[in-house]
Ligand binder design. Structure first.
Ligand SMILES: CC(C)(COP(=O)(O)OP(=O)(O)OC[C@H]1O[C@@H](n2cnc3c(N)ncnc32)[C@H](O)[C@@H]1OP(=O)(O)O)[C@@H](O)C(=O)NCCC(=O)NCCS
Length: 247
């Protein structure tokens, strides 16, 4: 079962973070409380039907995409994991800040159910899209022979499988670009992330060519960028407080 997060779920979420990212500091109670204070509708947990144990979570906020550089790091998009930058008044983009499923429960559709809850939320609120940084968890295995952009191109083509990006592509996301320095200290992605988007086609205003505006503030813009294996220069910012969080 997926429902909105309550403070009673915090110990379960912290345990889930410790199981998912044993090498990193987990979400703190203060951060989780801040998420609920800013945007309770955007926070979800998945519960084991029999025990009520937290087996998955997804955290998101609304941003005005034009406020951020395309290659901004996770900590900028999430205000260091606090969601103090949540901007429902101007923003039209749901930003996926975190999704995780208990390691012993993966592959049973829990992640899919969490993303379905996000898509429902986007449709209910009339938002244009979901965007996130998909940290490239499998990249470290091939970094000696492939650039991050080449790796992503192969994952998109189905020639390679990435534990995170392949899942997100299955959820209807497409890749807009590949950026360095998203989670700089992440040993698996080596900091690289794919900027990904799911478009709310139910709402999509289109221009005369039938393309979606790429920016929140554009009344009918130039069309969403498409992945062209071009990397974009990144800043040397530190990762977010929860070092490995994303999507
Ligand atoms: C990514 C994650 C949330 C997926 O959760 P999950 O519950 O295992 O995913 P699901 O069982 O719902 O899978 C949904 C779909 O994605 C596919 N999928 C899931 N993991 C996959 C993988 N490693 N490789 C390829 N496809 C995958 C499934 O086959 C399924 O496809 P279907 O819709 O055709 O049935 C989970 O692996 C996780 O918590 N990872 C660690 C944290 C993380 O990396 N989060 C993302 C940070 S950017």
């Amino acid at each position: 079962m997926v429902r909105n997060t309550t403070p009673a779920d915090f110990p379960g979420i912290i345990a889930l973070t410790e199981a998912t990212y044993p090498e990193s500091p987990p979400w703190s109670e203060a951060q989780l409380a801040s998420h609920l204070a800013h945007f309770p509708d955007g926070q979800f947990v998945a519960l084991d039907g029999a025990t009520g144990q937290v087996v998955g979570m997804a955290a998101s906020l609304i941003v005005l995409w034009d406020d951020y550089d395309f290659d901004a790091p996770w900590r900028d998009f999430t205000a260091n994991g606090t969601f103090a930058n949540h901007d429902p008044e101007h923003g039209r983009t749901l930003y996926g800040a975190e999704v995780m499923v208990d390691p012993s429960r993966r592959g049973y559709g829990i992640g899919k159910a969490l993303y379905a809850a996000r898509r429902d939320l986007v449709q209910r609120l009339g938002l244009r899209r979901i965007r996130a940084g998909a940290r490239l968890r499998g990249y470290h295995r091939v970094a000696h022979r492939l650039s991050a952009a080449e790796y992503v191109a192969r994952v998109v083509a189905g020639r390679l499988s990435d534990p995170t990006l392949s899942f997100q592509l299955r959820q209807g996301f497409h890749v807009l670009g590949v950026v360095p320095g998203y989670l700089k200290q992440d040993p698996e992605s080596l900091g690289w992330a794919a900027v990904i988007e799911w478009t709310n086609l139910a709402l999509a205003p289109t221009d005369q060519r039938g393309t979606m505006p790429a920016h929140d503030s554009a009344p009918g813009g130039s069309g969403a960028p498409t992945f062209d294996t071009t990397t974009r220069a990144g800043e040397s910012a530190e990762p977010g407080t929860t070092a490995n969080s994303a999507a």
